[in-house]
Design a protein around this ligand. Sequence first.
Ligand SMILES: [Zn+2]
Ligand SMILES: [Zn+2]
Length: 248
Amino acid sequence: MTADVRQVADHTYLVHGHETNWVILKDGDAVTLVDTGYPGDRQGLLESLAAVGSSPEAVTAVLITHAHNDHLGSAEYLRAAHGTPVYLHPAEVPHARREFLQQATIGDVVRNAWRPGVLPWAVHAIRVGGIEQHPVTAPEPFPGTGALDLPGRPVPVHTPGHTDGHCAYHLPGQGIVISGDALVSGHATSRVKGPQILPDFFHHERARVVASLDVIAALDGDTLLPGHGPVHRGAVRAAAEQARERAS
Ligand SMILES: [Zn+2]
Ligand SMILES: [Zn+2]
């Protein structure tokens, strides 16, 4: 098993791949997949679906928090092989097509290589496809507003800054917030454990990342499923406030 599958609530699984997470929301045999890991996480992604009694054919839709390579890795694969729709915020759709790229460049990484953990993280990220480009040929904006008619009934919440169209997903009935890279609980390039934002060079616009913490703080919930780091239990509001304090 190359991915670590953790059940965090009824019908809800947080999966840890190569230093990136994805989430599986089950409804009977059907599944919503939130993010897809690095390109090099393909095997782990398929194994994680099997581990929860599902399959790639049973994925009703792929929701993407944002179109970075460590979240978009197998989206096009699922779309091309199984016709799975890939949904994002409208502002993130052209990013998924790679009409532009709002991601840390190799230059950014080199300039930050003195920081603890950055060099080993970069070597590992390259090994699992972090600088490969796998654009989604036909990404789609969300098919409606409010709760999506998909397994788990996730509600997209626009939390821009890390990228323009970054979205968290709220599961109000379960008190769960899937926060992507807007709010994480750990990262290979950070010595801090617990709620925090990623180091500055990962963000397209850091000030908007900090502002989006207020959006997350307003969501009812007590379970945070971040794009990086372990599940965080405790009021989501307090987690967002802690990240805001650490960022200032
Ligand atoms: Zn990211
Ligand atoms: Zn990420």
